[in-house]
Design a protein around this ligand. Structure first.
Ligand code: SAM
Length: 430
């Protein structure tokens, strides 16, 4: 097992000024639940627009009511946890800006929080905050399948333990895919699996560090080889898919994993490129997308298409969707009674898997409604308590605490455009 115990060495320095680090962002915190912003009344201009639409055509109003606009949905799910700029700056300083930071801290603000697993260490932004916020923590385990991310996170956590004098906290980090969570925990101590852990966290996708290193092949804007492996030991690369996978498979991943409407045309161009030596760099792939999307107009058009194509390839290279589904079941098994699993996803394919798997693991009883939940009226939110109640879906083995996923606050979106598509869902085991 390629794991590392995070050791304490050197002098210990207590940072007294950090004791109340998290108080500012917890001002709006209400225990054991999440706060969603109330649906705000439409602005006068929005009302005007709505009025004009109504007058324009009955049909369009009908279709609007069936398909709420993304902005309306966003308002209903926006986090109400106060955004803390100082905290944000503090943990953003290591190459990657942690997303929905205060909301994640809220998710794990539960009594008796002694053990925590971060399945996606990245730059250890979330992990550092959780460790600092929970002086009672006795066990920390961090995983990342990218050895570079792991090494960086390991160094950061080691420094944190040393400076915070946290000798009582046993911390381990592993270069490992999170689908092996049970094996990892069992290898540390078999009792962990028997007792379960109090918190498990997943912050899916790739980090800014991976995007910014163009030689990893994740960046639409940089130039590098068509790699896209999070685990450099893995054998399959994006180059293999584009240049040697069967035509139908290339089409399928563009359509199903990229949700790209232009998938057939793009697939045809990729097949044509094969006849001229194939595609071997991200720039060549982006050029192909740009030429193919020329008619649909503008930089935004081709960048969005290229982003979807890169997403599709990345999902296939790293087998992200199947891995996520299997890992969610494994993580739920690893929770203690009362323990929580929180997952941040970044696109609808991931979010759908999280939502459905959560529903499945809690063993919901009764009739499911259109959203996949048992009937609970979704009226306008009332008091704080009602907001929290309406966010819960209770099953036989667990409770979903975020019936609607939480999305970042407007303040966070202004500072970090990469967080825009983030959705946080949380489940608690009974
Ligand atoms: C968005 S970053 C996490 C950032 C982290 N929360 C922070 O605050 O710095 C996602 C990380 O998860 C890792 N990762 C993605 N899928 C994984 C998997 N199946 N197993 C282990 N690590 C994975 C990636 O390599 C990446 O470093």
């Amino acid at each position: 097992m390629a794991g590392t115990r995070v050791c304490l060495h050197g002098a210990a320095f207590l940072h007294h000024h950090e004791t109340h680090l998290f108080l500012p962002c917890l001002r709006l915190h209400t225990s054991g639940g999440f706060q969603l912003r109330r649906s705000v009344p439409a602005s006068p201009s929005a009302e005007r627009r709505h009025g004009n639409l109504k007058a324009a055509s009955e049909k369009s109003v009908l279709s609007l009511s069936r398909l709420p606009s993304p902005e309306y949905l966003k308002r209903r799910t926006r986090s109400g946890v106060e955004f803390d700029l100082d905290l944000y700056r503090r943990y953003a300083a290591a190459g990657h800006v942690p997303v929905m930071f205060c909301e994640v801290l809220e998710a794990f603000r539960i009594p008796g929080f002694r053990s925590f697993v971060d399945c996606t260490l990245g730059a250890a932004g979330h992990s550092s905050a959780i460790i600092e916020d929970h002086k009672e923590l006795e066990l920390f385990v961090g995983l990342d399948m990218d050895p570079l991310a792991h090494d960086r996170a390991h160094t950061r956590i080691e420094a944190l333990l040393r400076d915070g004098c946290r000798k009582e906290l046993k911390a381990y980090t592993h270069v490992k895919n999170f689908k092996y969570i049970k094996t990892v925990l069992g290898s540390i101590d078999e009792n962990i699996l028997r007792k379960g852990v109090d918190g498990i966290f997943m912050d899916l996708g790739i980090s800014s560090m991976q995007i910014d290193h163009s030689e990893r092949g994740f960046s639409v804007l940089g130039d590098g080889p068509l790699d896209m492996r999070m685990d450099p030991q893995a054998t399959l690369t994006a180059d293999d898919i584009l240049n040697s996978w069967p035509e139908a498979e290339v089409g399928r991943i563009l359509r199903d994993y990229g949700e790209e409407s232009n998938w057939w045309f793009l697939k045809e161009k990729i097949m044509k490129a094969r006849k001229k030596g194939g595609l071997h760099s991200t720039r060549e792939l982006v050029d192909l997308v740009r030429k193919t999307s020329a008619k649909s107009g503008g930089r935004q058009g081709w960048i969005k298409t290229a982003t979807r194509v890169f997403q599709a390839l990345r999902i296939a290279v790293n087998d992200e969707l199947q891995t996520l589904q299997n890992a969610l079941y494994a993580c739920f098994d690893c929770l203690s009674s009362g323990g929580r699993l929180a997952v941040i996803s970044f696109h609808s394919l991931e979010d759908r898997i999280v939502k459905k798997t959560f529903l499945d693991v809690i063993e919901i009883e009764g009739e499911a409604d259109g959203e996949g939940y048992t009937s609970q009226k979704n009226d306008e939110f009332g008091t704080e308590a009602q907001i929290q109640l309406k966010q819960r879906v209770v099953g036989r083995t667990g409770t979903i605490l975020t019936k609607r996923p939480l999305t970042p606050s407007e303040d966070e979106e202004k500072l970090n455009s990469r967080c825009r598509s983030a959705k946080l869902r949380v489940i608690q085991k009974h």
